[in-house]
Design a protein around this ligand. Structure first.
Ligand code: ISJ
Length: 379
């Protein structure tokens, strides 16, 4: 580099540093304003997450960006990231309490990660929360006596038995709910055991989400909805979207969404391990999509094997779904072994037309994800 080039670059870089510093001050200012919005909303009992306001704001900013010769997607990306930060600030002020006259909330399995998250959310909403863990059964009766909600969040394998053997004498008006990732059997166990209001819930997220904004919670109605409507509204205040489903339909969907998916990730990991793959060099050669895939597989093994065993072993039906997967794998492998390129292409087209418009939609969505994976590279 010539001296002139060096001097020019240094000058421009100094100006960029200045702009970035101004951005930082603007971010600080925005965070403060959002905190004020949070306080006003909290006082009025409104959820922080306001999708209509977000859509209107993004629309306006995109138009303004276009007019200024800035890529509209750039401002949208930046604002979406900022809005995520806004949801986190909600924890500082807490949440509106939908049912102040409820007795205490007893969370069975409240020391588990998901139990802890729900305990925190209820506490931030002003409820009195009691945790009942494995070794606390001697105090169960006194906890249940004043309970307005008993929430079961123990491993799937022990959920039904625990409900049937331990929850037969809850107060009549107490809401009984569970967070298990299958719904039919626990819901039936709750309905058989407790004569009061019953609802099955399945949070479709792990305990590491920073905020419940935009997360999905599946709701399977049991009985006495008017008596547990407050709970659904409370979860809505936390920003989650409630999706109602029949328990049987939910469980069927989970065979593909959870059991088959996690199982194939498990086998993928098992295979890398047995092949003694060198992760460092795989990453070195990897494109963003491979890195993303490896991250999705690898994150499994940072978590509790019991949890994944629970999910995969929960339903007999998952076995058939997974066996079908193996059949399809074998069939596709046979094409490869036979060098049947045309056969592969025709299966490919069959699947592509089955995906239909979703294929293009998924390509668009994944493009943004892949770009952020690429952005995160440091080397
Ligand atoms: C700050 C607000 O709350 C949330 C955060 C927003 C933001 O960061 O701009 C926008 C809408 C809401 O989801 C608001 O409603 O204005």
């Amino acid at each position: 580099m010539t001296e002139k080039t060096t001097a020019e670059l240094e000058k421009l870089r100094g100006l960029i540093d200045g702009v970035d510093n101004q951005l930082l001050h603007l971010l600080r200012k925005r965070l403060d304003l959002v905190a004020q919005v949070g306080a006003v909303k909290h006082a009025a009992g409104l959820p922080i997450y306001a999708p209509a306001r977000e859509a209107a704001m993004l629309g306006k900013r995109r138009e303004e960006a276009q007019a200024m010769g800035v890529n509209p997607q750039l401002i949208e990306d930046v604002l979406r990231r900022l809005m995520r930060e806004s949801y986190l600030s909600e924890k500082d002020v807490g949440f509106k309490q939908i049912k102040p006259d409820l007795g205490q909330i007893v969370i069975i399995g409240g020391k588990g990660q998901l139990g802890r998250l729900f305990a925190q959310m209820f506490s931030l909403s002003g409820y009195r929360v009691q945790i009942l863990d494995k070794d606390d059964w001697q105090v169960a009766d006194s906890l249940f006596a004043g309970a307005g909600l008993v929430l079961v969040t123990v491993p799937i394998g022990s959920t039904c038995e625990l409900i049937r053997s331990r929850l037969g004498s809850l107060p009549k008006d107490c809401v009984l709910a569970d967070l298990t990732s299958i719904k039919e059997a626990p819901l039936n166990a709750m309905l058989d055991t407790h004569s009061g209001p019953v609802v099955g819930l399945h949070p479709m997220f792990g305990p590491d989400v920073g905020s419940l904004a935009k997360q999905v919670v599946v709701v399977c109605h049991g009985r006495g909805q008017t008596q547990y409507q407050w709970l659904l509204e409370q979860i809505g205040i936390w920003g989650a979207r409630l999706v109602e489903a029949e328990a049987v339909r939910h469980d069927k969907a989970m065979q593909l969404v959870q059991a088959m998916r996690h199982f194939s990730s498990f086998v993928y990991g098992l295979n890398l391990c047995r092949e003694q793959a060198d992760i460092d060099s795989l990453l070195e050669f990897s494109s963003p999509i491979y890195r993303l895939e490896l991250a999705m597989v690898g994150r499994l093994f940072a978590q509790d094997p019991q949890l994944y065993a629970d999910i995969i072993f929960a339903q007999q039906g998952s076995l058939e779904v997974i066996a079908d997967y193996l059949d399809n794998y074998r069939e596709a492998l046979a094409l490869l072994q036979a060098g049947d390129r045309q056969g592969f292409i025709s299966r490919f087209n069959e699947v592509a037309s089955w995906f239909g418009d979703y294929a293009a939609q998924f390509q668009r969505e994944s493009r943004a994800m892949l770009q952020s994976v690429n952005d995160m590279k440091t080397g």
